[in-house]
Design a protein around this ligand. Sequence first.
Ligand code: PMV
Length: 323
Amino acid sequence: MQAVAIAHPNVALIKYWGKRAIAGNLPATGSLSLVLGGLSTETLVRFEAGRQGDRVLLDDREDAETSARVTACLDLLRREAGVQDGAVVESRNDFPTGAGLASSASGFAALLVAAAGALGLRLPAARLAEIARTGSGSAARSLLGGIVLLNNRDATTDCTQLAAPADWPLEIVVAVTATGQKAISSRQGMAMSEQTSPYYPAWVDSHAADLEAGVAAVRNRDFRSLAELAEHNCLKMHAVMLSTRPPLIYWTPATLACLQRVRALRAGGLPVFFTIDAGPQLKAVCLPEAADEVAAELSAIDGVCQVLRSPLGAGARLRANGD
Ligand code: PMV
């Protein structure tokens, strides 16, 4: 009744920001993402016979909101397995938690794989993705590796791997500009944007075209088109955030300085582009030959506290010998 799983966070190049008005935490739009193999979450799940309730430790701490979301996911798996026992969950990240590095995506992907393993459940991939989504909208993308497309047709979640890590070996350089937890979670922020940003309808309406162009750029390994499109989609999401009431300003001065440096490097011919999620960290996506220079340039910017480097990574999996 115990298993350990490993998952990696992911970063969306074509993002989702907003939910559909139906149950099950269904994103309003599809998304396209890269799995960051250099950052990991490791999660142990142990179901204990006769235990009432779950105990959830994230980086050795208990938190009521996280515990409630974890229990909601575990309840769906318990129902599938016909089990009622409570679980002990211990999850650790080797990178800052809740700071815009998609720790919820890797966390829920690892949780599901570990819990399904502990219960001996073999669920269809689509059902696992659907349950992962209830914990975090982006978690289903961390179930697969490499470059992943998440489509939401009707009320279902459908994840596809567009490229395995070796098919297009991109490298991601993360400039960490603040390590504290963000004040407003993605889930809260999205709900605020849906209700108050005058740009939200335009964001949703223009999304399908971005997603289609993003998929084509990945299929054609067209870095230049992907760069222009991903930066546009990112800034469009941040325009929605900025126009929310009260405003969602996730950037620090160093985030903006990194953004400008990445643009200048690309204008000088370096194959690199930026993306930023609901947090202050900037992710620079590079062709491998650009990564050393990009890492050195971002490290030198005032306010950058740490630079992390990551290749594309594999999907969530049970821990095997050697992991
Ligand atoms: O998966 P959530 O609910 O934590 O929200 C993710 C939101 C963004 O990271 C900003 C965009 C995305 O598609 O990952």
